[in-house]
Design a protein around this ligand. Structure first.
Ligand SMILES: [Zn+2]
Ligand SMILES: [Zn+2]
Length: 265
């Protein structure tokens, strides 16, 4: 039962000492494919290096809203070059985060819109990050994200109306270990059954967001733990683990333009 962790940060310093072990544990847990996400110049370069040296790992490049204040046209030119590598399967993560405001709102919006345009020129799908933008991200998508384009709203934790808007925009929805958390996951658990089978992705967002079953014994999340996300989602959606594993993997492969390979139809 092969699984696809659609969003993790393997370049993170939390993994610098034992990345091989982390990948090995993922593979032994059935997590044979992972997309490692860039959030600025250095992490995007590192994501591509990891993807190119690790079977089953794919990369994205982009400037996260937190890092928007460091974005420049010259930096984006470099990322465009990097995006030409075959390991790069999407642009992102990009978006708006008005929760911690590491970059000013106007700066976030400027580089978000700019990166939407660039990703369209490159015909790449987009990985979106949204937190507390009060509908602003959806407003921008409605005006700047061309119909028919594809992408994923990763780590979805929004409202029913936001979910509906994302689905109408044709986007996939990424669910993290938040769905396993007793209190914090309650609103998400009420919504996940509204996500159609063919729009649902699972992810860890590792090293962040350790799922509840692992939380007591370990503080660092890793791709192997996407199994806990899968199991909780299957229970809440009244689906089987096997069916959900298959559909979420197919969706990730379709989004990232990956051949599903033999024997997994
Ligand atoms: Zn994110
Ligand atoms: Zn992320």
């Amino acid at each position: 039962m092969p699984l696809f962790d659609s969003h993790c940060h393997l370049d993170d310093k939390a993994f610098s000492k034992d990345l091989d072990g982390v990948i090995d544990r993922a593979n032994r847990a059935g997590v044979t494919q992972m997309t490692t996400i860039g959030v600025d110049m250095d992490t995007s370069i590192r994501a591509v290096q990891i993807a190119e040296s690790t079977p089953g790992v794919y990369a994205t490049v982009g400037f996260h809203p937190h890092d928007a204040r460091f974005c420049t046209e010259a930096a984006l030119d470099e990322l465009v070059q990097l995006a030409g590598r075959s390991s790069v399967r999407a642009w992102g993560e990009i978006g708006l985060d008005f929760n911690r405001m590491h970059s000013p709102r106007a700066v976030q919006e400027k580089w978000f819109v700019r990166q939407i345009t660039i990703s369209e020129q490159l015909a790449l799908p987009v990985v979106f990050h949204e937190r507390d933008s009060s509908g602003r991200l959806i407003e921008i998508l409605k005006s700047d994200f061309s119909p028919g384009r594809t992408g994923v709203v990763h780590c979805f934790s929004g409202t029913a109306d936001e979910l509906q808007a994302y689905l109408e925009l044709g986007l996939c929805i990424g669910v993290t270990g938040i769905v396993t958390m007793k209190k914090r996951g309650a609103p998400l658990r009420r919504l996940v059954s509204r996500i159609p089978d063919d729009r649902l992705l699972i992810e860890t967002d590792a090293p962040y967001l350790v799922p509840a079953p692992e939380r007591n014994r370990i503080r660092r999340n890793e791709p192997a733990f996407v199994v806990s996300v899968l199991e909780k989602l299957a229970a809440v959606r009244k689906d089987t683990v096997v069916h959900l594993a298959k559909t979420t993997r197919q969706n990730a492969c379709r989004l990232f333009g990956i051949d599903e390979g033999p024997g997994n139809g």
